[in-house]
Write a protein that binds this ligand. Sequence first.
Ligand SMILES: *Cc1c(COP(=O)(O)O)cnc(C)c1O
Length: 391
Amino acid sequence: MTLSKETEVIYDAHRGQDYDSANPPLYDSSTFHQQVLGGDTTYDYARSGNPNRNLLEEKLAKLEGADYAFAYASGIAAISSVLLTLNSGDHVILPDDVYGGTFRLTEQILTRFNIRFTTVDTTDVTAIEDAIESQTKLIYLETPSNPLFKITDIKAVAQLAQARDLLVAVDNTFMTPLGQSPLTLGADIVVHSATKFLGGHSDIIAGVAITNNKAVADALYLLQNGTGNALSAQDSWTLAKHLKTLPVRFNQSVSNAQQLVTFLSERDEVAEVYYPGHNETHLAQAKHGGAVLGFRLKDENKAQTFVDALSLPLVSVSLGGVETILSHPATMSHAAVPQDVREARNITFGLFRLSVGLEDPDELIADFNYAFKEAFNDSTVTSTQTQHTHR
Ligand SMILES: *Cc1c(COP(=O)(O)O)cnc(C)c1O
Protein backbone atom coordinates (compact mmCIF):
# COMPACT_ATOMS: atom_id res chain seq x y z
CA MET A 1 0.00 0.00 0.00
CA THR A 2 1.30 3.44 -0.86
CA LEU A 3 0.73 5.74 2.07
CA SER A 4 0.08 9.45 1.97
CA LYS A 5 3.01 11.54 3.15
CA GLU A 6 1.00 12.54 6.24
CA THR A 7 0.66 8.87 7.23
CA GLU A 8 4.12 7.92 6.02
CA VAL A 9 5.89 10.25 8.44
CA ILE A 10 4.05 8.63 11.37
CA TYR A 11 3.76 4.97 10.37
CA ASP A 12 6.64 2.77 11.54
CA ALA A 13 7.08 -0.34 9.39
CA HIS A 14 9.73 -1.65 11.80
CA ARG A 15 7.55 -1.53 14.90
CA GLY A 16 6.87 -5.01 16.23
CA GLN A 17 9.80 -6.48 14.30
CA ASP A 18 12.89 -4.63 15.43
CA TYR A 19 11.41 -3.00 18.58
CA ASP A 20 8.08 -2.30 20.25
CA SER A 21 8.59 1.24 21.49
CA ALA A 22 6.77 4.21 19.98
CA ASN A 23 10.11 5.57 18.85
CA PRO A 24 13.07 3.45 17.77
CA PRO A 25 15.79 3.06 20.38
CA LEU A 26 18.82 5.27 19.92
CA TYR A 27 21.75 3.04 18.94
CA ASP A 28 24.32 5.11 20.76
CA SER A 29 27.26 3.01 19.59
CA SER A 30 30.21 3.47 17.29
CA THR A 31 30.70 -0.26 16.76
CA PHE A 32 28.74 -3.54 16.68
CA HIS A 33 29.43 -7.09 17.93
CA GLN A 34 30.35 -9.61 15.21
CA GLN A 35 30.02 -13.13 16.65
CA VAL A 36 30.45 -14.98 13.36
CA LEU A 37 33.90 -14.23 12.02
CA GLY A 38 33.60 -13.18 8.42
CA GLY A 39 29.82 -13.49 8.74
CA ASP A 40 27.27 -11.31 7.00
CA THR A 41 26.59 -8.34 9.32
CA THR A 42 24.20 -5.50 8.59
CA TYR A 43 26.11 -3.19 10.90
CA ASP A 44 29.78 -3.25 11.84
CA TYR A 45 30.96 0.32 12.32
CA ALA A 46 28.65 3.34 12.71
CA ARG A 47 30.27 5.54 10.07
CA SER A 48 29.50 2.84 7.49
CA GLY A 49 25.95 2.41 8.74
CA ASN A 50 23.81 2.53 11.85
CA PRO A 51 20.17 1.65 12.46
CA ASN A 52 19.04 5.19 13.29
CA ARG A 53 20.50 6.66 10.12
CA ASN A 54 19.07 3.84 8.02
CA LEU A 55 15.57 4.30 9.48
CA LEU A 56 15.77 8.02 8.77
CA GLU A 57 17.02 7.46 5.22
CA GLU A 58 14.23 5.00 4.51
CA LYS A 59 11.67 7.65 5.56
CA LEU A 60 13.30 10.45 3.61
CA ALA A 61 13.46 8.32 0.44
CA LYS A 62 9.75 7.51 0.73
CA LEU A 63 8.84 11.17 1.24
CA GLU A 64 10.48 12.09 -2.08
CA GLY A 65 9.08 8.95 -3.75
CA ALA A 66 12.59 7.56 -4.23
CA ASP A 67 14.54 4.35 -3.74
CA TYR A 68 17.61 5.82 -2.07
CA ALA A 69 18.38 8.55 0.46
CA PHE A 70 21.63 9.39 2.23
CA ALA A 71 21.74 11.53 5.35
CA TYR A 72 24.74 13.78 5.86
CA ALA A 73 26.14 15.96 8.61
CA SER A 74 24.69 19.12 6.99
CA GLY A 75 22.91 20.36 3.89
CA ILE A 76 26.27 21.44 2.55
CA ALA A 77 27.71 17.97 3.22
CA ALA A 78 24.87 16.51 1.12
CA ILE A 79 25.49 19.05 -1.65
CA SER A 80 29.25 18.49 -1.62
CA SER A 81 28.67 14.75 -1.89
CA VAL A 82 26.45 15.25 -4.93
CA LEU A 83 29.12 17.42 -6.54
CA LEU A 84 31.91 15.01 -5.56
CA THR A 85 30.24 12.25 -7.59
CA LEU A 86 31.79 14.18 -10.52
CA ASN A 87 35.34 13.83 -11.84
CA SER A 88 38.15 16.22 -12.56
CA GLY A 89 37.42 17.98 -15.85
CA ASP A 90 33.64 17.79 -15.48
CA HIS A 91 31.56 20.93 -15.86
CA VAL A 92 28.45 22.00 -13.90
CA ILE A 93 25.82 24.68 -14.52
CA LEU A 94 24.61 26.52 -11.40
CA PRO A 95 22.10 29.31 -10.70
CA ASP A 96 23.73 32.74 -10.38
CA ASP A 97 21.84 33.23 -7.11
CA VAL A 98 22.63 29.78 -5.69
CA TYR A 99 22.76 29.42 -1.86
CA GLY A 100 25.92 31.20 -0.62
CA GLY A 101 27.41 28.09 0.98
CA THR A 102 26.98 26.16 -2.27
CA PHE A 103 28.71 28.96 -4.15
CA ARG A 104 31.63 28.99 -1.67
CA LEU A 105 31.95 25.22 -1.99
CA THR A 106 32.17 25.37 -5.78
CA GLU A 107 34.27 28.52 -6.07
CA GLN A 108 36.78 28.00 -3.27
CA ILE A 109 37.03 24.22 -2.96
CA LEU A 110 35.85 22.17 -5.92
CA THR A 111 37.52 24.31 -8.59
CA ARG A 112 40.85 23.26 -6.99
CA PHE A 113 40.02 19.74 -8.15
CA ASN A 114 39.34 20.96 -11.67
CA ILE A 115 35.56 20.63 -11.52
CA ARG A 116 34.38 23.65 -13.47
CA PHE A 117 31.27 25.74 -12.89
CA THR A 118 29.28 28.24 -14.93
CA THR A 119 26.63 30.33 -13.19
CA VAL A 120 23.62 31.41 -15.21
CA ASP A 121 20.15 32.79 -14.63
CA THR A 122 18.47 29.36 -14.56
CA THR A 123 15.00 30.92 -14.87
CA ASP A 124 16.02 31.31 -18.53
CA VAL A 125 16.19 27.78 -20.01
CA THR A 126 17.91 29.11 -23.14
CA ALA A 127 20.69 30.53 -20.96
CA ILE A 128 21.20 27.03 -19.51
CA GLU A 129 21.24 25.52 -22.99
CA ASP A 130 23.81 28.07 -24.14
CA ALA A 131 26.07 27.25 -21.18
CA ILE A 132 26.21 23.52 -21.94
CA GLU A 133 29.70 22.33 -22.94
CA SER A 134 31.00 18.94 -24.09
CA GLN A 135 32.20 18.25 -20.52
CA THR A 136 28.95 19.34 -18.81
CA LYS A 137 27.65 16.56 -16.58
CA LEU A 138 25.21 18.19 -14.17
CA ILE A 139 22.69 21.01 -14.08
CA TYR A 140 22.20 22.08 -10.48
CA LEU A 141 19.04 24.02 -9.62
CA GLU A 142 17.55 25.75 -6.61
CA THR A 143 13.93 26.78 -6.91
CA PRO A 144 12.59 28.91 -5.35
CA SER A 145 15.92 30.68 -5.02
CA ASN A 146 16.61 33.17 -2.32
CA PRO A 147 16.39 35.91 -1.22
CA LEU A 148 14.45 37.10 -4.29
CA PHE A 149 12.49 33.89 -4.88
CA LYS A 150 13.25 33.37 -8.55
CA ILE A 151 11.64 30.29 -10.10
CA THR A 152 13.19 27.75 -12.46
CA ASP A 153 11.04 25.43 -14.56
CA ILE A 154 12.27 22.02 -13.36
CA LYS A 155 10.47 19.99 -16.04
CA ALA A 156 11.79 22.13 -18.90
CA VAL A 157 15.35 21.84 -17.60
CA ALA A 158 14.97 18.08 -17.04
CA GLN A 159 13.81 17.63 -20.64
CA LEU A 160 16.76 19.62 -21.91
CA ALA A 161 19.12 17.56 -19.74
CA GLN A 162 17.66 14.18 -20.68
CA ALA A 163 18.10 14.90 -24.36
CA ARG A 164 21.81 15.46 -23.70
CA ASP A 165 22.37 12.75 -21.12
CA LEU A 166 23.01 15.22 -18.30
CA LEU A 167 21.87 14.85 -14.71
CA VAL A 168 19.71 17.41 -12.91
CA ALA A 169 19.95 18.03 -9.16
CA VAL A 170 17.48 20.24 -7.30
CA ASP A 171 17.91 21.87 -3.89
CA ASN A 172 14.36 21.42 -2.56
CA THR A 173 14.97 22.91 0.91
CA PHE A 174 12.41 25.72 0.64
CA MET A 175 9.49 23.57 -0.52
CA THR A 176 10.16 20.28 1.35
CA PRO A 177 9.02 16.94 -0.14
CA LEU A 178 5.46 17.98 0.72
CA GLY A 179 5.40 21.12 -1.40
CA GLN A 180 7.38 20.08 -4.48
CA SER A 181 8.55 16.73 -5.90
CA PRO A 182 11.46 17.37 -8.28
CA LEU A 183 11.99 13.64 -9.06
CA THR A 184 8.48 13.35 -10.48
CA LEU A 185 9.24 16.43 -12.62
CA GLY A 186 12.22 14.64 -14.16
CA ALA A 187 15.11 15.60 -11.87
CA ASP A 188 17.62 12.89 -10.96
CA ILE A 189 18.76 14.04 -7.53
CA VAL A 190 17.11 16.05 -4.75
CA VAL A 191 18.99 17.64 -1.87
CA HIS A 192 17.67 19.24 1.31
CA SER A 193 19.17 21.15 4.12
CA ALA A 194 17.30 19.16 6.80
CA THR A 195 18.42 21.87 9.21
CA LYS A 196 15.42 23.85 7.93
CA PHE A 197 11.83 22.53 7.63
CA LEU A 198 12.60 18.80 7.86
CA GLY A 199 14.18 19.28 11.30
CA GLY A 200 11.95 22.26 12.03
CA HIS A 201 13.05 22.98 15.59
CA SER A 202 16.26 24.94 14.95
CA ASP A 203 18.20 22.34 16.95
CA ILE A 204 20.18 20.23 14.47
CA ILE A 205 22.32 20.67 11.37
CA ALA A 206 21.62 17.92 8.82
CA GLY A 207 21.24 17.25 5.13
CA VAL A 208 20.05 14.60 2.70
CA ALA A 209 20.60 13.59 -0.92
CA ILE A 210 17.87 11.49 -2.57
CA THR A 211 17.77 9.68 -5.92
CA ASN A 212 16.31 6.84 -7.96
CA ASN A 213 19.52 6.45 -9.94
CA LYS A 214 21.41 3.36 -8.69
CA ALA A 215 24.80 4.52 -9.98
CA VAL A 216 24.38 7.91 -8.28
CA ALA A 217 23.20 6.15 -5.10
CA ASP A 218 26.28 3.92 -5.04
CA ALA A 219 28.52 6.97 -5.49
CA LEU A 220 26.65 8.85 -2.72
CA TYR A 221 27.04 5.94 -0.31
CA LEU A 222 30.74 5.62 -1.10
CA LEU A 223 31.17 9.33 -0.31
CA GLN A 224 29.15 9.09 2.91
CA ASN A 225 31.33 6.28 4.19
CA GLY A 226 34.52 7.22 2.40
CA THR A 227 34.67 10.90 3.34
CA GLY A 228 32.99 10.35 6.70
CA ASN A 229 30.43 13.15 6.41
CA ALA A 230 27.45 11.03 7.45
CA LEU A 231 24.81 12.20 9.93
CA SER A 232 25.37 10.89 13.47
CA ALA A 233 23.06 8.34 15.09
CA GLN A 234 21.91 10.94 17.64
CA ASP A 235 21.00 13.55 15.04
CA SER A 236 19.39 10.90 12.81
CA TRP A 237 17.22 9.83 15.74
CA THR A 238 16.22 13.43 16.53
CA LEU A 239 15.50 14.26 12.90
CA ALA A 240 13.35 11.12 12.49
CA LYS A 241 11.21 12.27 15.43
CA HIS A 242 10.89 15.84 14.15
CA LEU A 243 9.84 14.53 10.71
CA LYS A 244 6.63 13.15 12.19
CA THR A 245 5.22 16.65 12.58
CA LEU A 246 6.52 17.98 9.25
CA PRO A 247 3.09 17.99 7.56
CA VAL A 248 1.31 19.85 10.38
CA ARG A 249 4.21 22.25 10.89
CA PHE A 250 4.74 23.01 7.23
CA ASN A 251 1.07 23.31 6.28
CA GLN A 252 0.38 25.66 9.19
CA SER A 253 3.45 27.75 8.35
CA VAL A 254 2.31 28.01 4.72
CA SER A 255 -1.12 29.18 5.80
CA ASN A 256 0.37 31.72 8.21
CA ALA A 257 2.80 32.91 5.53
CA GLN A 258 -0.06 33.54 3.12
CA GLN A 259 -1.68 35.81 5.70
CA LEU A 260 1.58 37.69 6.16
CA VAL A 261 1.93 38.05 2.37
CA THR A 262 -1.53 39.60 2.15
CA PHE A 263 -0.79 41.93 5.06
CA LEU A 264 2.63 43.03 3.78
CA SER A 265 1.34 43.55 0.22
CA GLU A 266 -1.13 46.12 1.53
CA ARG A 267 1.38 48.15 3.57
CA ASP A 268 2.44 51.55 2.28
CA GLU A 269 5.83 51.12 3.94
CA VAL A 270 6.59 48.07 1.79
CA ALA A 271 7.95 48.59 -1.73
CA GLU A 272 7.83 44.97 -2.86
CA VAL A 273 6.80 41.53 -1.59
CA TYR A 274 8.47 38.43 -3.05
CA TYR A 275 6.54 35.20 -2.74
CA PRO A 276 6.73 32.03 -4.88
CA GLY A 277 2.94 31.80 -4.63
CA HIS A 278 2.75 34.75 -7.03
CA ASN A 279 4.65 32.93 -9.77
CA GLU A 280 2.79 30.79 -12.33
CA THR A 281 5.73 28.53 -13.18
CA HIS A 282 6.14 27.80 -9.49
CA LEU A 283 2.45 27.06 -8.97
CA ALA A 284 2.50 24.69 -11.96
CA GLN A 285 5.25 22.57 -10.34
CA ALA A 286 4.54 23.02 -6.60
CA LYS A 287 1.51 22.73 -4.35
CA HIS A 288 1.64 26.28 -2.97
CA GLY A 289 3.98 29.19 -2.35
CA GLY A 290 5.67 27.77 0.72
CA ALA A 291 6.32 29.48 4.03
CA VAL A 292 9.17 31.86 3.20
CA LEU A 293 8.79 35.29 1.64
CA GLY A 294 10.77 38.45 1.03
CA PHE A 295 9.84 42.09 1.38
CA ARG A 296 11.59 45.37 0.77
CA LEU A 297 11.03 48.48 2.85
CA LYS A 298 10.46 51.66 0.85
CA ASP A 299 12.85 53.51 3.14
CA GLU A 300 15.85 51.32 3.86
CA ASN A 301 17.03 53.76 6.55
CA LYS A 302 14.18 52.44 8.70
CA ALA A 303 15.46 48.88 8.67
CA GLN A 304 17.07 48.98 12.11
CA THR A 305 14.22 50.86 13.85
CA PHE A 306 11.83 48.40 12.28
CA VAL A 307 13.77 45.42 13.69
CA ASP A 308 14.04 47.15 17.09
CA ALA A 309 10.26 47.49 17.28
CA LEU A 310 9.52 43.83 16.47
CA SER A 311 9.05 41.45 19.40
CA LEU A 312 8.08 38.06 18.00
CA PRO A 313 10.47 37.00 15.23
CA LEU A 314 13.90 35.58 15.89
CA VAL A 315 16.24 37.85 13.93
CA SER A 316 18.78 35.48 12.46
CA VAL A 317 19.99 33.40 9.56
CA SER A 318 18.21 30.12 8.83
CA LEU A 319 14.58 29.31 8.14
CA GLY A 320 12.02 26.58 8.52
CA GLY A 321 11.81 26.60 12.32
CA VAL A 322 8.70 26.57 14.48
CA GLU A 323 9.61 30.15 15.37
CA THR A 324 9.24 32.93 12.81
CA ILE A 325 12.70 33.92 11.60
CA LEU A 326 13.46 37.31 10.09
CA SER A 327 16.69 37.45 8.09
CA HIS A 328 18.52 40.45 6.68
CA PRO A 329 20.36 39.20 3.57
CA ALA A 330 22.56 42.31 3.15
CA THR A 331 24.20 41.84 6.57
CA MET A 332 23.74 38.07 6.95
CA SER A 333 23.68 35.56 4.07
CA HIS A 334 25.06 38.00 1.49
CA ALA A 335 27.36 40.08 3.70
CA ALA A 336 30.42 38.67 1.92
CA VAL A 337 29.15 39.91 -1.47
CA PRO A 338 30.66 43.36 -2.28
CA GLN A 339 28.09 46.14 -1.78
CA ASP A 340 27.97 47.22 -5.44
CA VAL A 341 27.44 43.63 -6.63
CA ARG A 342 24.84 43.14 -3.93
CA GLU A 343 22.90 46.25 -4.90
CA ALA A 344 23.14 45.40 -8.60
CA ARG A 345 21.47 42.11 -7.66
CA ASN A 346 18.79 44.02 -5.76
CA ILE A 347 19.88 42.78 -2.33
CA THR A 348 19.60 46.15 -0.65
CA PHE A 349 19.66 47.16 3.02
CA GLY A 350 15.86 47.41 3.03
CA LEU A 351 15.36 43.77 1.96
CA PHE A 352 14.19 41.20 4.53
CA ARG A 353 13.47 37.48 4.28
CA LEU A 354 10.75 36.08 6.51
CA SER A 355 10.34 32.41 7.35
CA VAL A 356 6.92 32.22 8.94
CA GLY A 357 6.58 29.92 11.94
CA LEU A 358 3.73 28.61 14.04
CA GLU A 359 2.85 31.63 16.18
CA ASP A 360 -0.74 32.90 15.98
CA PRO A 361 -0.75 34.75 12.63
CA ASP A 362 -2.94 37.54 14.02
CA GLU A 363 -0.33 38.18 16.69
CA LEU A 364 2.47 38.14 14.12
CA ILE A 365 0.55 40.65 12.03
CA ALA A 366 -0.06 42.81 15.11
CA ASP A 367 3.65 42.73 15.85
CA PHE A 368 4.56 43.80 12.30
CA ASN A 369 1.81 46.39 12.31
CA TYR A 370 3.27 47.92 15.45
CA ALA A 371 6.81 47.86 14.05
CA PHE A 372 5.75 49.62 10.84
CA LYS A 373 4.06 52.36 12.88
CA GLU A 374 7.06 52.72 15.17
CA ALA A 375 9.61 52.81 12.39
CA PHE A 376 7.78 54.93 9.87
CA ASN A 377 5.72 57.36 11.90
CA ASP A 378 8.20 59.70 13.59
CA SER A 379 5.43 61.28 15.65
CA THR A 380 4.42 57.97 17.23
CA VAL A 381 4.90 58.01 20.97
CA THR A 382 7.39 55.31 21.86
CA SER A 383 6.53 55.11 25.51
CA THR A 384 7.23 51.95 27.45
CA GLN A 385 3.51 51.94 28.12
CA THR A 386 2.77 51.41 24.41
CA GLN A 387 5.47 48.77 24.15
CA HIS A 388 4.12 46.99 27.16
CA THR A 389 0.53 46.95 25.89
CA HIS A 390 1.76 45.69 22.56
CA ARG A 391 3.62 42.78 24.06
C1 LIG B 1 20.63 26.24 4.67
C2 LIG B 1 20.66 25.88 3.23
C3 LIG B 1 21.66 25.04 2.72
C4 LIG B 1 22.81 24.54 3.56
O1 LIG B 1 22.40 23.66 4.54
P1 LIG B 1 23.19 23.46 5.94
O2 LIG B 1 22.34 22.48 6.65
O3 LIG B 1 23.25 24.80 6.59
O4 LIG B 1 24.55 22.97 5.60
C5 LIG B 1 21.60 24.69 1.38
N1 LIG B 1 20.62 25.15 0.59
C6 LIG B 1 19.65 25.97 1.04
C7 LIG B 1 18.60 26.44 0.10
C8 LIG B 1 19.64 26.36 2.38
O5 LIG B 1 18.68 27.19 2.82
